[in-house]
Write a protein that binds this ligand. Structure first.
Ligand code: HEM
Length: 396
């Protein structure tokens, strides 16, 4: 009997927790803002573990229960002698029991999930399982601040040498890398990290659902902020938030463009200028690594009548873009100013929406006409050169 109990404990206690630890990490890393929330605020580990158990414990089909007396469930009377299958997974996502049940909220409290069942036969190993899960996530996060799920096309979030900076300690999000902070993070550093979390969450949500469909409250929640007004506090209006997201990328795109423009300073061939227009965006997205959201975010903003001017304003001040416009115009002396301006608008539409199309296809795992961002750029350059060189009808 003792041996049988020991074996039962080993089975019940090993497989369950081992697979739950793996799922816990998968859940935290599948949306990097979750992992980053944990780095910024390690005290979230307890609620994060409970939320992971709610979202994806070892539920399987459910647990069978033989009813010895009449039971009413959801208005239905089940007579004695019934065998009922209890789906813990369904119970754990019951909208009547959990607000926004399908969303993972690392700070959710209270969280009365049924991952360990309930009643007389509830899991006796739950304190041990919780200790192991909290120890796993709480211990691993600071040691692997830039961990990823490995689904980034071979580029984990450890790109740009960040992996070399792994060490024990506190971390801050700098763009897409986490940097070590000596000692406890200061108030300013915590605010910076929170802003980064909000920017990342907002960009993703806007890209996936559209600007109008996403509220500041949803952004705050997705960024793991307990306080629903975090977006307003850190950024002000939605336009300010959109501007901040755009700036994060546009600064890097401008750097790439400046380098490219400098390399062709004596070039007069139209393809070279068009390439400078297209490639900074595709090179940047390739550098960010999969998944990206900026392409779809850009397309959403460019079709929003009130927020479109924000991005236009941000790009108009670009010195390298002004240089490209001048370079292209010099290649096309026969086109009128109006036709040139019209073709710039057409080129912008094509660039913005083709990039968003590819990004969406990558996110949906559907086929793309080109194998990489590099090849996508080649196709765009071909098309845009043709567009600029097309004869203009003079019907004014
Ligand atoms: C994430 C980890 C775990 C999960 C999700 C889990 C889940 C569950 C669930 C749902 C039950 C109820 C089964 C039923 O009523 O039919 C249960 C029972 C049980 N669990 Fe766990 N468990 C976990 C870890 C552990 C550990 C670490 C141990 C022991 C070291 C353990 C030992 C047991 C035992 C002995 C029972 C039977 C209790 C009884 O019938 O009175 N479990 N567990």
């Amino acid at each position: 009997m003792l041996v049988a109990t020991g074996i039962a404990m080993l089975v019940a206690g090993h497989e369950t927790t081992a697979s739950m630890i793996t799922k816990l990490f998968a859940l935290l890393l599948s949306d990097r803002t979750r992992w980053e929330s944990l780095l910024v605020d390690p005290s979230l580990v307890r609620t994060a573990v409970e939320e992971s158990l709610r979202m994806d414990a070892n539920a399987g089909l459910g647990m069978a229960r033989y009813l010895t007396e009449e039971v009413e469930i959801g208005g239905t009377l089940l007579p004695p002698g019934t065998t009922a299958m209890c789906s813990m997974a369904a119970a754990n996502r019951d909208e009547n029991a959990f607000e926004r049940a399908s969303e993972m909220d690392l700070g959710r409290t209270p969280n009365q999930h049924l991952a360990f069942a309930a009643g007389a036969h509830a899991c006796i190993g739950q304190p041990l399982a919780r200790t192991e899960l909290q120890g796993g996530a709480g211990g691993a996060a600071p040691q692997a601040p830039v961990a990823g799920t490995g689904d980034r096309g071979g580029r984990s979030t450890s790109s740009r040498g960040a992996r070399r900076r792994w060490a024990r300690g506190n971390y801050r999000c700098d763009g897409d890398v986490m940097n070590k902070i000596d000692g406890n993070p200061s108030r300013a550093e915590r605010a910076h990290a929170t802003r980064e979390l909000i920017l990342t969450a907002a960009e993703r949500l806007f890209a996936e659902h559209g600007l109008l469909a996403v509220s500041n409250r949803q952004v705050s929640e997705a960024a793991g902020q307990g306080n629903n007004t975090a977006v307003g506090y850190h950024f002000g209006t939605k336009a300010d938030l959109v501007r901040a997201i755009a700036r994060r990328h546009l600064a890097q795109i401008e750097e790439i463009r400046q380098r490219m423009v400098a390399d062709i300073s004596d070039q007069t061939e139209i393809r070279a200028w068009v390439s400078c227009l297209v490639r900074p965006m595709t090179v940047h997205l390739a550098e960010v690594g999969s998944p990206t959201w900026f392409g779809r975010f850009g397309a959403q903003v460019m079709t929003d009548p009130t927020l479109r001017p924000v991005i236009i304003e941000e790009t108009q001040s670009s010195p390298s873009l002004a240089r490209i416009v001048a370079g292209l115009n010099a290649c096309l002396p026969d086109l009128s100013d109006d036709v040139r301006a019209e073709r710039f608008h057409m080129a912008r539409q094509l660039l913005v929406h083709m990039v968003a199309e590819r990004e969406r296809a990558l996110a949906d795992n559907t086929p793309t006409p080109r194998a990489s961002w590099h090849h996508t750029a080649a196709g765009l350059v071909d098309a845009l050169v043709g567009l600029w060189l097309a004869p203009a009808t003079n019907d004014s």
